[in-house]
Structure formats: structure tokens, C-alpha cells
Design a protein around this ligand. Structure first.
Ligand code: MF3
Ligand code: CO
Length: 265
């Protein structure tokens, strides 16, 4: 069952969302060659707690940290640790914050120092895929229109959409119905309606879309070792169109879709 949120609840969710985007912006400012992913996690947790939030990931099914930090070919769920970033790396950082009883979930893949044109293109395409998916988050569209948008943008660029990891509904729990695949035929599934709130999260690779789970039972990497990217926003479906909740004016990585043009036709 998809739990729809009232206008008041969406306002509350926007506060959790703003905090998590503020945390990701801070992590982005802190990224430099030499810093470890454990240090980035400590920076994130300190900011979350100092603003009255709770790191939603910490303790979730036993997950030990406040962020996921997944370098290079790692797609998601990298556990922060002694890995020190090097110039040329990309680092996917995912963070969830609970504030006022609601969860915000957001991810961004950061370049570290100078990265290759190929890596930059992967990041650009993943962001474009997310933007296209968010654009579909309007009353009257169907759930599968979201994944179809991700797949279309990603495959047009020659990249692969991971099949076994999905976006999700979000609210008082981090994971609510529905699951939101990043691929599929358009026009299928539930009709999108005002008050639905989704975490949309394309996860793509520069090579094949098969992934492997590491021995820590969390980290997931591309099977062929190709670079991976992950961008995520929490978005509310409103009568005025998609409202991104994990974006705020000072956020350095806000996507240019805050006030999207209405779809023609
Ligand atoms: N942000 C992830 C998601 O959207 C959750 C990370 S799993 C955790 O599903 F264990 F780290 F919380
Ligand atoms: Co998520």
C-alpha cells in the first residue's frame, strides 16, 4: 500500500530532506584526496545530530554508519572505513536523516580532484537520468514511467542500469511501498497521485549491469569492475508537479528541476 502524505506531512518531510541535502553538501565540501570515508562519516553524523536529526542508516538491519561511501566500481552500501580518497576517484555518498519522525534520503556521486572525461560523463548521465525520472513524478503518470525514463537516458548514453537495486516509497519509514525499478516499459503500475513521496535513485555503470555483493554482506560493486554512479532525491508528487524535498538553496548540487516546466500535452 502506498501511503499518501498530507500537505502538512510533506512540509515536515521537507525539513528532513533539507537537512540531508545540507549534510551531503557538507560531505562534498569535505571531500579531498587523502580524507578517509570514515572521516566523512564522522563529519556527516556530527552535522545530523547537531541539527536534531537521527542518522536513519545507523542500525538499519545492523548497518554500522551514517552514510554509505562507495568508491569507483562500488555501486552502493560501501561501509565507511580506512579507505583514503585519491584524485581521480569518484565517490558515491548516500545518506538518510530522520527528523520530526520523517525520513529524507539522498545520494550524490562526487568527483575527487581531477577525474577522467569518461568518469565525468557517467556522472552527468546519471544526474540526467535522475532529472528525467523526477520529471515523471506527476499525478496521472504511472509508476513505471519513472524507471522507463531512467533506462532511456542511461542506455542512450551506452551505460547500464542495475536491475537488482530499486528506489522506494519513503515517509515515516525509510522504505515504504512501492519499489521503484530503474528500468521497464512505460505506462504500467499504479497511477501516481498527489501526496505520494518517493526516493528515486538511478544506479548505473559504465559497463554491464551485473553486480556482486562483497564479503562484508553490504557493499555492492559492478561485477565487471566498471565505474558506477548513484544519485538520489526524495520527491513529493504534488498538483503543481514534482517537489524535490532533498534540495535547498545553499545546496551545491541541486538539480535544475526545482520548478520544472509542465509536460506538454
Ligand atoms: N539509501 C539506501 C536506500 O535507499 C539505504 C541504505 S541501506 C543502509 O535504500 F543500511 F545503509 F541504510
Ligand atoms: Co534510498
Amino acid at each position: 500500500m502506498i501511503i499518501r502524505k498530507s500537505a502538512v506531512e510533506i512540509e515536515q518531510m521537507s525539513r528532513a530532506g533539507r537537512l540531508v541535502s545540507d549534510v551531503l553538501a557538507l560531505v562534498g565540501e569535505s571531500i579531498r584526496p587523502g580524507i578517509t570515508t570514515a572521516e566523512l562519516d564522522a563529519i556527516a553524523e556530527e552535522r545530523i545530530r547537531s541539527r536534531g536529526g537521527i542518522p536513519s542508516f545507523k542500525g538499519y538491519r545492523g548497518y554500522p554508519a551514517s552514510i554509505c561511501a562507495s568508491p569507483n566500481e562500488m555501486v552502493v552500501h560501501g561501509i565507511p572505513g580506512p579507505y583514503a580518497l585519491a584524485s581521480g576517484d569518484i565517490l558515491s555518498v548516500d545518506c538518510g536523516v530522520t527528523l520530526g519522525g520523517f525520513v529524507g534520503d539522498c545520494a550524490y556521486t562526487f568527483p575527487v580532484g581531477e577525474i577522467s572525461p569518461a568518469a565525468q560523463r557517467l556522472l552527468d548521465v546519471c544526474q540526467a537520468a535522475l532529472a528525467a525520472a523526477l520529471e515523471q513524478c506527476r499525478p496521472g503518470n504511472r509508476l513505471s514511467d519513472i524507471g522507463h525514463a531512467v533506462q532511456t537516458v542511461t542506455e542512450a548514453a551506452g551505460f547500464g542500469v542495475i536491475r537488482t537495486l530499486v528506489g522506494h516509497g519513503i515517509g515515516r519509514s525509510m522504505h515504504e511501498d512501492p519499489q521503484i525499478p530503474n528500468y521497464g516499459e512505460p505506462g504500467r503500475g499504479p497511477v501516481l497521485a498527489e501526496g505520494m513521496v518517493f526516493a528515486i535513485e538511478p544506479m548505473i555503470t559504465a559497463g554491464s549491469y551485473d553486480v556482486v555483493l562483497h564479503d562484508d554482506d553490504w557493499s555492492i560493486s559492478s561485477e565487471d569492475g566498471s565505474l558506477a554512479a548513484h544519485f538520489e532525491h526524495t520527491v513529493a508528487i504534488t498538483s503543481a508537479g514534482p517537489r524535490i524535498l532533498t534540495s535547498h538553496p545553499k545546496c551545491t548540487f541541486a538539480l535544475p528541476v526545482e520548478e520544472p516546466a509542465r509536460k506538454a500535452g
